[in-house]
Design a binder for this molecule. Structure first.
Ligand SMILES: Nc1ncnc2c1ncn2[C@@H]1O[C@H](COP(=O)(O)OP(=O)(O)OP(=O)(O)O)[C@@H](O)[C@H]1O
Ligand SMILES: [Mg+2]
Length: 604
């Protein structure tokens, strides 16, 4: 028993199948039907030459038509079986393939929803897209059509040989001399073809990458005047693709020629040695001619099917890697049991959030980072505080915001929300009380209304307009022909960055969050709009804990507490006037910006 399991599994491993085992198990009914129908289909296909032999021997050679009625009935029966089993097989293959695609894609997509920031930082959209779309479709294809093909050709070969052996063993053995020679040749060719295919796929993904960058970076390309260089790179890759594809086409042509040659050789043997049989029994001769002619193609295609299975292994491995990636930030089982997860939130168990935040000796390093961004960081932000964080680029401001949102977790130490470690409650619980306007605003394909309703699906037209007024976006809206029903394009790209920022701010306000985080929320709007937003911020932050990250210090003057951060450490903290009086880091930042702005004003 043990031994069988072992040999089976090592044989499966040979074809890269162990990763497919769960899929095989899940779709075992489909696979059973696929294999059963293909066996019946092949058997019916194999029977044709036998009928031919009978007809030639009895009706032509024997000169009698006594059994013709039976013969016809049986023949029509076999053809009906052939047609019906072929139909069922195609239908089940197709249905199973589509179902597998759907299941695998749904699984991958829902898993992606649970993965955290680090995964998306480390893997490009193109890479993830290929895993979810093309790998799944290759896997589905492999274990339906490819499986059916393999079984079909395997039985076709074994069956033909068996029938030939039954009628004339000597002649069969002679014909079979060619098979090992030809199989060896195919295997060699196929190995080479396999490598060429792999190369073509790699070049193809490079071309797609180049193409994406050329399109998404079109503006930068133009401004740098490097169109010729970009085109040259692209042309080089497409040239590579052309040459590799040509090599593969040549090899395929050669493979076809070899098949034809082998078939001719097999037929020659039958003609040469089988001529004698033909004199006495023309039916068996014709049977041999049919099988020998049909033998070489299956050998060729079987080798190809097997190599497709081996290639399928790569797709399965890449797909499994995606669905087996554990999120960097994950709720514990106890937390999920109590608070639910994003597919089944148990809101009845959620405590009301007040909005106290505390960093308790936090060390932090990004998962793929090499240095600590924060080291022993301590800070208390009591409920209702309006905190401002300022500091040079790369100081760690966005990192602090990310930790409050639990997009990342501390490497050591704790982030406390309302006095309890954030990890003791679910991410969803926290996120439902958070409003975050990102440094790089993101809208989704759809109308402005739909985008704002992501903040609060139940928001009425009136509430939406209130939020729009609050962020001074009414004038922007009035410029648009369709108002709230204007389509914003993919990622909101039909709007300017400033406009996107305004609408994502309005979206955050609609959610009525307890904790509001604005990361450079006014970086891309003009000074007048900025002042309007500033007054909006002043209104909105009342009764909430807010963290405002800003480069322009004029926007943080009124904050309850200003932190000056350098290299992940707080170098100064206090209110605007006190910090200016200290004449330290804040004072220097302030003076520099003041000078810069005066210079700009003079220039304009
Ligand atoms: N995803 C990431 N992986 C690795 N390192 C990162 C990542 N994001 C930021 N860092 C590093 O962490 C440090 C702090 O980055 P952070 O984004 O917090 O700066 P910031 O103060 O918000 O800067 P800016 O004002 O430019 O937005 C930087 O040195 C940066 O290189
Ligand atoms: Mg930042």
């Amino acid at each position: 028993m043990n031994k069988t399991t072992e040999t089976t599994s090592s044989r499966l491993f040979l074809f890269g199948l162990p990763k497919m085992a769960p899929l095989f198990r899940r779709y075992r009914r489909d696979m059973f039907v696929i294999i059963l129908t293909i066996i019946i289909f092949t058997a019916a296909d194999l029977a044709a030459p036998v009928f031919q032999r009978y007809a030639l021997n009895h009706f032509v050679g024997g000169g009698t038509l006594d059994t013709i009625a039976w013969f016809l009935a049986a023949y029509i029966g076999v053809i009906a079986i052939f047609a019906v089993s072929g139909y069922i097989n195609t239908k089940v293959c197709l249905a199973a393939e589509v179902r597998m695609d759907r299941d695998m894609r749904n699984k991958a997509f829902s898993h992606l929803q649970q993965l955290s920031f680090d995964y998306f930082n480390q893997n490009s959209v193109g890479y993830i897209h290929a895993r979810v779309m093309s790998d799944t479709s290759r896997i589905g294809e492999t274990i339906t059509w490819n499986l059916a093909d393999t079984v079909f050709f395997l039985i076709e070969i074994v069956g033909s040989i068996a029938v030939m052996l039954y009628y004339n063993a000597r002649l069969t053995l002679l014909v079979l001399i060619i098979v090992p020679v030809i199989s060896l040749l195919y295997a060699l060719f196929q190995g080479k073809l396999f490598r060429l295919h792999k190369e073509v796929r790699e070049i193809n993904s490079r071309i797609t990458g180049n193409f994406n960058e050329g399109i998404t970076g079109a503006r930068t390309v133009k401004s740098l005047v490097i169109e010729d260089k970009i085109y040259e790179d692209f042309e080089k890759e497409t040239g590579n693709m052309f040459r590799t594809s040509m090599r593969s086409a040549r090899l395929k042509g050669l493979l076809n020629a070899v098949t034809t040659l082998a078939t001719s050789a097999a037929l020659a043997i039958v003609l040469w040695k089988g001529g004698v049989i033909a004199q006495e029994e023309v039916g068996t001769f014709s049977l041999f001619m049919s099988y020998a002619r049909g033998l070489m193609d299956p050998v060729n295609i079987l080798v190809e099917s097997l190599s497709l299975f081996i290639q399928g292994k790569v797709n399965i491995e890449r797909y499994s890697k995606l669905v087996e990636t554990t999120p960097g930030v994950k709720d514990s089982k106890a937390v999920i049991d109590h608070y639910g997860d994003c597919f089944d939130p148990k809101k009845e168990n959620w405590e009301e959030i007040r909005g106290d935040i505390e960093f308790d000796h936090v060390d932090f390093m990004y998962p793929d980072g090499e240095e600590y961004v924060l080291k022993d960081f301590c800070l208390k932000i009591p409920f209702g505080t309006n905190l401002a964080i300022v500091g040079e680029t790369g100081a760690g401001k966005s990192t602090l915001a990310n930790l409050v949102c639990r997009f990342y977790e501390p490497t050591a130490g704790r982030v406390l929300i309302d006095g309890r470690d954030a990890r003791e409650r679910s991410q969803l619980w926290l996120h439902s009380a958070l409003g975050y306007v990102l440094q790089t605003p993101q809208l989704f394909t759809g109308t402005i209304r739909e985008n704002l309703q992501y903040g609060n699906p139940a928001a009425t037209e009136e509430e939406i307009m209130q939020a729009i007024d609050l962020v001074s976006a009414r004038s922007v809206l009035e410029k648009l022909e369709k108002g709230l029903d204007t389509n914003v394009g993919e990622g909101g790209d039909l709007l300017s960055t400033g406009e996107k920022q305004l609408f994502s701010f309005a979206r955050a306000i609609l959610a009525n969050p307890r904790i509001l985080i604005l990361d450079e929320a006014t970086a891309s709007v003009d000074t007048i709009t900025e002042q309007k937003i500033q007054s909006a911020i002043d209104k909105v932050i009342k009764g909430r804990t807010s963290i405002v990250i800003a480069h322009r210090l004029s926007t943080v003057k009124g904050a309850d507490l200003i932190l000056v951060v350098e290299n992940g450490r707080i170098v100064e903290q206090g209110r605007h006037e006190d910090l200016l009086a200290q004449k330290g880091a804040y004072y220097r930042l302030w003076m520099r910006q003041f000078e810069e702005e005066s210079a700009l004003q003079l220039l304009s």
